[in-house]
Design a protein around this ligand. Structure first.
Ligand code: IMP
Ligand code: MG
Length: 177
């Protein structure tokens, strides 16, 4: 698995430092509020698990599952697993692994907004602003990254590499293979 890596963009220690910083910011901003975390499956799973433990507030957690139709089909998003709990009148913070064109998150936010949350904000570990098509408000960002395809810490290439502890690029022959 590690043989397929071209270069490590964000080492594990830097990810954990960003998680600690985001957790402290969220703890400060949501003090006194019943915060409901909403993880986007599958890419945000490790981020949710680490970040929830860096937030020193009595949070609740739920997940929404989405999939886009293939790597070359843009903006067509399907909900594969809906929320288990209602978000009406709750303070919702969506946790996402990466925002690229913004189409996926924009679809999720539009769907969630119709359900009447008290507030709705986004925290993403990675932001790739170069290819943004739809503007999405990002309240918390771990890292801005260049326009490169990355894997690891939840992010996949053809469902693999999600278990890498760091964020990395793949060798071109792996991406083409
Ligand atoms: P969007 O382009 O912002 O809609 O991003 C769509 C989805 O594509 C994200 O939620 C990720 O699952 C995936 N994605 C975008 N960029 C990358 C990447 O660099 N590596 C792995 N997955 C990515
Ligand atoms: Mg993917």
């Amino acid at each position: 698995m590690h043989d397929d890596i071209q270069s490590i963009l964000i080492p594990a220690e830097q990810i954990q430092a960003a998680v600690a910083r985001l957790g402290a910011d969220i703890t400060r901003d949501y003090a006194g509020v019943d915060l409901h975390l909403l993880g986007v499956l599958r890419g945000a799973a490790p981020f949710v698990c680490d970040l929830m433990r860096a937030i020193a507030l009595p949070v609740t957690v739920d997940f929404i599952g989405v999939t886009s139709y293939g790597p070359n089909v843009r903006g067509v998003v399907r909900i594969t697993k809906d929320l288990d709990e209602s978000i009406t009148n709750r303070h919702v913070l969506v946790l996402e692994g990466i925002v690229d064109t913004g189409l996926t998150l924009s679809y999720i936010l539009r769907s969630l907004a119709t359900r009447g949350p008290a507030s709705l904000k986004v925290c993403t570990l990675l932001n790739k602003p170069a290819r943004r098509i739809i503007d999405v408000p990002l309240a918390y960002v771990g890292f801005e990254i260049p326009d490169e395809f990355v894997v690891g810490y939840g992010l996949d290439w053809r469902q693999k590499y999600r278990n890498l502890p760091y964020i990395a690029t793949l060798k071109p022959e792996v991406l083409m293979g």
